[in-house]
Design a protein around this ligand. Structure first.
Ligand SMILES: Nc1ncnc2c1ncn2[C@@H]1O[C@H](COP(=O)(O)OP(=O)(O)OP(=O)(O)O)[C@@H](O)[C@H]1O
Ligand SMILES: [Mg+2]
Length: 303
């Protein structure tokens, strides 16, 4: 039996017995937490990318995984040049990916502070750059060899991470969550410590699926059997469908993306208020800023 399947049965049994998973990650839902939009660019350099064994940042005891279970995930081939045309950068050190490394560092600090392992990337309106940021952040976290990161495309209405990463998955996360498609065969691993859960196309009934106990059990089972230190979720826009709204119960926090010169301060405040009633806002990212000294636009994080 697939490792995840065993964990799934355990999660269902726990639910039936009224037990919450060990170190349940939902504790922060409903805690109002302000994150302010502040000016200024990045002020700190990313830490040196050293380390060997993934150990993560959260207290021990929530899931365990030998590296064999990660190695068993199918390996993906990424063509750096192709995906660079989608603004997705595989290697660190160049100008574009350095911005995402800084964002990663700040997010990592925030997540550690709040023991957040499940983080949704969200915006109010479409097109703010959620998927681009999620892909880059995922690859950036993947460059930290001491962390295991899983990235899921939970924009099930209009999935795009597979396109951004130049992949053609045979199935989708809807089929994986419902058990029709095996997890280990569907996930795509990049290196030893980063895996993507992508979609081949739109998934029916996405709103209901993202609020279902089936999904809750699925995430617990993933945590239990693969012990990712971090799960990042690319989401549909918050104000367009109820998919993200329902799903926020499942995460420890959100990163709110704001499109520079498009979203007003009043809109950001309102969104932040709404999100804070549902989960912790770990930070607000002002995306697509233009800086006079840069030839390109970049993502910057503000915490
Ligand atoms: N930092 C950036 N600078 C310039 N362009 C960007 C940046 N981030 C994303 N984009 C561009 O913005 C467009 C929308 O990006 P993306 O698809 O990531 O947004 P999204 O929020 O996921 O959209 P949707 O709500 O439709 O899912 C793309 O053309 C992308 O290349
Ligand atoms: Mg998107």
């Amino acid at each position: 039996m697939e490792k995840l399947q065993q964990a799934l049965e355990k999660a269902r049994a726990n639910r039936a017995a009224g037990l919450t998973p060990q170190g349940a990650p939902y504790a922060m839902a409903g805690v109002p937490q302000g994150a302010t939009l502040q000016g200024g660019g990045p002020t700190q350099a990313p830490p040196p990318e050293t380390g060997a064994t993934p150990t993560g940042w959260a207290p021990s005891g929530r899931g365990h995984a030998d590296s064999g279970s990660w190695r068993a995930l199918a390996q993906m081939h990424i063509d750096p040049q192709t995906i660079a045309t989608n603004r997705v950068l595989v290697t660190g050190g160049n100008n574009g990916s350095a911005h995402y490394d800084i964002l990663r560092t700040r997010l990592r600090e925030e997540a550690r502070r709040h023991s957040a392992r499940r983080i949704a990337i969200l915006s109010g309106a479409p097109g703010a750059g959620k998927s681009t940021t999620t892909a880059n952040l995922g690859l950036s976290f993947g460059r930290l060899p001491f962390m295991r990161t899983m990235v899921f495309d939970f924009d099930l209405r209009q999935p795009s991470l597979h396109t951004l990463l130049g992949q053609s998955p045979a199935s989708d996360m809807g089929a994986v969550i419902s058990g029709e498609t095996g997890f280990a065969g569907h996930m795509l691993r990049h290196g030893d410590n980063l895996a993507f859960g992508l979609n081949r196309g739109p998934v029916a009934n996405s709103g209901a699926l993202l609020q279902s106990t089936q999904l809750e059990d699925f995430l617990d089972a993933v945590q239990d059997s693969y012990a990712p230190d971090l799960m990042l979720f690319d989401m549909p826009p918050f104000l367009v469908a109820d998919d993200a709204h329902g799903f926020l119960q499942q995460v420890d926090g959100v990163v709110l993306l704001v499109e520079a010169e498009v979203t007003s301060k009043a809109q950001v405040d309102l969104l932040e208020q709404k999100l804070s009633a549902l989960t912790r806002v770990l930070g607000v990212v002002l995306n697509k800023c233009h800086f006079p000294d840069e030839s390109d636009t970049a993502a910057y994080g503000y915490y």
